[in-house]
Each structure stands twice: as structure tokens, then as C-alpha cells.
Design a protein around this ligand. Structure first.
Ligand code: PMP
Length: 455
């Protein structure tokens, strides 16, 4: 056909082929215009992809990503089996978009207790596909082009890209470490906000602050005083609070988890986010929720309705049964909300012992699955590369997983680009693991230490 076309047409078509990159012969039409939406610029690379792959390829012991390697409790597994075998076949079909009715009712009952206020399950609670989707819905619902959102560093890393995707600008304020007293181990409580620095980040452009207590990665449980400081600034500047409390039941040493939505003036401006994944040790189920006033949740519902619609009915049914059980056992020793933190505290202490024994200094977490530790003792094995673009902790973790088979996550992952090199000697371990896994990690560390001292 090209041969039959006149020479000027042939010339024109050949030129189009080379400039636009499409081939007439193969009928493949490669697009020459940018395919990526502008809002993805700068957020299309994610360090987790690399570290999860490295752990899958090389690790013998994976203390990296935050998930338990022990089973979800029997009562939850039984609830899922019951839903499948005894439940109505309608549990395989769509349910209410904003949350399966038994689950929103159970969540409302639990949160009435912990927030000390009456809740309407239909308007004050919405079920999401994990806490991840709850966060996404909130940023999409509240953040406009040009709005600023304050995030406290170190922070759960998806906050930054989610704010940017909504057109907003993240503004970072750090937790700053204080030296511990009298040779004691550092605690996550030693990482604190500077009140003046925090206040300086609020302006008329600030739309929201994203709070995460207990905090991933440090395990910090914000004190009443710290929460009051944040709450006062939110009220003063008319700012929303997106409160990520996925580790709400995982607090140790008798610490109390205080919900910022329960402080004066905060209910009306706070969306509280939670996760059945963390609450019931079933991260793969991806059931999460938002709790808040209808005036905020109505907009979160709009995003949810027009994106995922709802999360798996059968998983919601089983989680509802899990919460119903917890409601009957609330505050009793048999409650999973009492037993899980007790078990995890023992696991935390086991990992602390292993680390201290080889000279790695842990920051003792007050909550969560995680522990951040100072690996300076082992630095000589992994030489620094002057002027490298890669933060040192990333190089260290890569070397450790490849050479020692132990996976962890660099602390810099939880910092903004500008602050990634602030704490180069710290890495995060997850201790929500079987005792055997923690012992295997201990063996790796002991052997490594022995090799170092004998060389
Ligand atoms: N927030 C924080 C602080 C988390 O650590 C996680 C999970 N690692 C999530 C939200 C997401 O939770 P989910 O798995 O329920 O989506």
C-alpha cells in the first residue's frame, strides 16, 4: 500500500513513523504523548518494592515488613469458617457499600466505649479496604491543590505520596531524640516534638495534620500532654486531624493509648483510622475502618463509593464476629485485646535481649510491632561510600540481608527526601513473629558478633 501511494504521501508517512514512533507495518501504535498523570511525578518509585523483593530472595529470617508470622486467633478463623459453612449464601454477594451492617454496628459499640460518646453505626463508621484505603479516602476527601498537610517524622511512608496525589503539599515536623538518663536504654518516649517547631508549621494553608499513635516505626505512644499540644493547634488554626491508630491495642508496660478524638474540640475535626489486620493479626484480610463525625465521613464515603465501593463481605462478617466476641470479653483477661499486647511485649523483650547481647542499641518501643535500633556496632562490616546518593542505612540493610540472611527496614524509609540522612545508623525490626523466628534472628546476630570478635 505504501508503494502505491504517491512519493510525497510515502515520505509523509515514513516521517510520521520515525517522529511519532509508530510502525505502519507492524500496526503497533506506540504513544508519544506522556502516559503518566502529572500527580504521579516523583512518587512512582517506592523503596518497599526493592526491600520486600530482597527479603523474599535472600532472607532466612524476615524481620522486615510488618506482619505476624503466627496465626490469627482461633476465634477469628472459626468465624470465617462459620461464615462460609453456616452463613447465608448472600455473604458471597455485595453488602452495604459503607460497611457490612453487623461490622459497623460492632465497631460503633467498641468505639462508643473507647471514645465515651454515642455513635451512629451508619454515619459515624465506614469500613475500608484496610487502613491504607481509609487514609487514601481521607486525603482525597479533604486535601485540595495548594493545601498543606503536616506529617510527624518519622512517618508511615505512604502519607507523603498520598498527600501529593491529592494535590497537597506535605510539611514535615520531626520527633527529636533526647539522650536517655543514666545509661538507660533509649525509649520511644525520648523522641519528642519541639512545641515551638510544631506551632511554626501551622498556617492558613494547613488543612490537616496526620497523626500516627502508636507510631510506626518508632513505637512511640503519644502522651496526653503531646496530644493536647497537637489538639490545641488544630483548634486554634481550624485544622483537621487524620489519626492513624492501627496499633491502638498494641501498647506495652501499662501505657495508655489516648485517642485524640476524645480530647476537647477534637471529635468534630478528627477521622480515626483502624485496621482489623493489626487488631486481629490478620493483615491479609485488608479490613479497615474510619470513625468520625458525619460532616467529615460523608466526604470520605463519596471517595469510597466512587473508587472501591466496599471490601469483601465475608471478611467483614468474620471481623464483625471477632468484635462481637471482644465486646462480651471487654477488659477481661481472656480478651484478645488484653492477650495480644501481653504476648507481643514478651516478643519485644526477647528481641531487645538479643540486640543488647551483641551491642546493638534498641530504642524500646512503647507500642506497635516495631523496634528501631542503632547498628553502629556492626558498621565496620559495611563501609560507607562517600557522597553516595543512597542513605547509609539502606546500604547496611541490603548488605545484611544478602550476607547474613536477616531482613529489616532502613529508618530513612520513614523520612522525607530532605531528612533521609538524619539518622543513618538506625534500622527497624518487626517483632510480631514466632518465638522460633526471633531465636533464629538471635542465632544470626550471635554468629555475626563472634565472627567480628575473632577476625
Ligand atoms: N498505618 C500504619 C501506621 C501502618 O503501619 C499500616 C500497615 N503497615 C497501615 C496504616 C495500613 O494498614 P492496613 O494493612 O490495614 O491497610
Amino acid at each position: 500500500m505504501l508503494r502505491r501511494a504517491g512519493s510525497s504521501l510515502r515520505h509523509f508517512l515514513l516521517e510520521r513513523k520515525s517522529s511519532a514512533g509508530y510502525s505502519l507495518c507492524s500496526r503497533e501504535a506506540k504513544m508519544s504523548r506522556p502516559v503518566q498523570a502529572r500527580r504521579l511525578e516523583g512518587i512512582d518509585k517506592n523503596i518497599w518494592v526493592e526491600f520486600v523483593k530482597l527479603a523474599a530472595t535472600y532472607s532466612k529470617v524476615n524481620l522486615g515488613q510488618g506482619f505476624p508470622d503466627f496465626p490469627a486467633p482461633d476465634f477469628l478463623q472459626e468465624a470465617l469458617k462459620r461464615a462460609l459453612s453456616e452463613g447465608t449464601h448472600m455473604l458471597h454477594q455485595y453488602t452495604r457499600a459503607f460497611g457490612h451492617p453487623p461490622l459497623v454496628k460492632a465497631l460503633a459499640q467498641i468505639f462508643e466505649k473507647v471514645l465515651g460518646r454515642e455513635l451512629d453505626p451508619m454515619t459515624n463508621v465506614m469500613v475500608t479496604v484496610g487502613a491504607y484505603q481509609a487514609l487514601f479516602c481521607c486525603f482525597q476527601a479533604f486535601v485540595d491543590e495548594g493545601d498543606e498537610v503536616i506529617a510527624i517524622e518519622p512517618f508511615f511512608d505512604c502519607y507523603e505520596p498520598m498527600v501529593k496525589m491529592a494535590g497537597g503539599t506535605p510539611v514535615f515536623v520531626p520527633l527529636r531524640p533526647k539522650a536517655p538518663k543514666d545509661g538507660k536504654l533509649m525509649s520511644s518516649a525520648d523522641w519528642q516534638l519541639d512545641p515551638a517547631e510544631l506551632a511554626s508549621k501551622f498556617s492558613e494553608r494547613t488543612k490537616a495534620i496526620v497523626l500516627n499513635s502508636p507510631n510506626n516505626p518508632l513505637g512511640k505512644v503519644f502522651s496526653r500532654g503531646e496530644l493536647e499540644l497537637i489538639a490545641d493547634l488544630c483548634v486554634k488554626h481550624d485544622v483537621l486531624c487524620i489519626s492513624d491508630e492501627v496499633y491502638e491495642w498494641l501498647v506495652y508496660d501499662g501505657k495508655e493509648h489516648i485517642r485524640i478524638a476524645s480530647l476537647p474540640g477534637m471529635w468534630d475535626r478528627t477521622v480515626t483510622i483502624g485496621s482489623a489486620g493489626k487488631t486481629f493479626s490478620a493483615t491479609g484480610w485488608k479490613v479497615g475502618w474510619t470513625v468520625g463525625p458525619d460532616r467529615l465521613l460523608q466526604h470520605v464515603r463519596t471517595v469510597h463509593q466512587n473508587s472501591v465501593y466496599h471490601c469483601a463481605t465475608i471478611a467483614q462478617e468474620a471481623v464483625a464476629q471477632g468484635f462481637q466476641r471482644e465486646l462480651t470479653l471487654y477488659g477481661k483477661p481472656e480478651s484478645y485485646f488484653v492477650q495480644l499486647p501481653r504476648t507481643l511485649q514478651q516478643k519485644r523483650d526477647l528481641l531487645i535481649q538479643s540486640l543488647v547481647a551483641v551491642g546493638i542499641k534498641p530504642i524500646v518501643p512503647e507500642g506497635t510491632y516495631f523496634l528501631v535500633a542503632d547498628i553502629s556496632e556492626f558498621k565496620s562490616d559495611v563501609p560507607e561510600v562517600p557522597n553516595s546518593d543512597e542513605p547509609y542505612d539502606c546500604r547496611f540493610v541490603k548488605w545484611m540481608v544478602k550476607n547474613k540472611g536477616l531482613a529489616a527496614i532502613p529508618l530513612s524509609t520513614f523520612y522525607s527526601e530532605a531528612h533521609k540522612n538524619n539518622y543513618p545508623n538506625f534500622i527497624r525490626f518487626c517483632f510480631a513473629k514466632e518465638e522460633a523466628t526471633l531465636k533464629a534472628a538471635n542465632d544470626i546476630l550471635q554468629k555475626w558478633k563472634k565472627e567480628k570478635t575473632s577476625s
